[in-house]
Design a protein around this ligand. Structure first.
Ligand SMILES: [Fe+2]
Ligand SMILES: [Fe+2]
Length: 233
């Protein structure tokens, strides 16, 4: 599948900026606060990542004319997008398939297809020079596709999943999902002749999901980290 180009361009404003510009009567906010008591840790963790993507992209746009800064923000953004996508495929989509029946399988299939389109964009970006029109155009298209996909996850997939999960389970899944932040680019070490597994973004994205699951499983578990904290008290 190709990196699609028929979607709308990305709004320049982050959502926090948009929301802050909407005038909402104070009484409405108070009433909403009173009834919105349901906790959704997993959805919140995913939405937090989405907002980070928008923030990094805003920084990329604001750095126009400074190729070094744009390059750094583009690297941050593209790794964040790839890491986030893998985290969802390892932790969240299997939960949707398990708890939402056929609907969950269909949603997860659609999400994986969306991710594939975004990964195509990331691959194309890897062959382009930051600061060029084609790079700008491709990253804008990717963000546009991500906006649609992210909105669907936040407004459709995750609310349904949260309804089925106990709060403890949602918290645990959120913790596991946050742990995927450890997927970061590695640098080749002079004394290690073998190529490290995720030296490049493309190597990371094209790694089979089972291999990524194995790498993920090699991190300390939440229990191990908790034990470490308790033993150091
Ligand atoms: Fe996603
Ligand atoms: Fe997402």
């Amino acid at each position: 599948m190709l990196c699609r180009n028929a979607l709308k361009t990305v709004p320049a404003l982050s959502r926090s900026t948009i929301y802050s510009s909407i005038a909402i009567p104070r009484t409405t906010i108070l009433r909403a606060t009173m009834v919105t008591t349901t906790q959704t840790p997993l959805k919140d963790a995913v939405a937090h990542d989405h907002q980070e993507m928008y923030d990094y992209y805003d920084q990329y746009r604001k750095s126009a004319g400074d190729t070094d800064a744009q390059s750094r923000w583009a690297n941050q953004l593209t790794w964040e997008v790839a890491r986030h996508a893998v985290g969802e495929e390892i932790i969240i989509y299997p939960l949707m398939e398990k708890h939402l029946g056929q609907n969950g399988k269909d949603l997860a299939d659609q999400d994986r297809a969306d991710h594939q389109t975004v990964k195509e964009c990331l691959s194309q970006l890897g062959t382009m020079k930051v600061g060029t029109d084609e790079y700008d155009h491709t990253i804008s298209r990717m963000m546009s596709q991500l906006h649609e996909h992210n909105d669907s996850e936040e407004n459709k997939d995750l609310p349904q999943l949260e309804e089925k999960l106990h709060l403890d389970h949602s918290r645990e899944a959120a913790q596991q999902f946050k742990t995927t932040k450890r997927f970061v680019p590695t640098r080749p070490h002079p004394s290690a002749p073998d190529q490290p597994p995720f030296e490049t973004l493309v190597a990371f994205m094209t790694a089979p999901i089972d291999k990524l699951k194995d790498v993920f499983a090699s991190f300390p578990t939440e229990e191990m980290k908790q034990e470490m904290k308790e033993s150091s008290r």
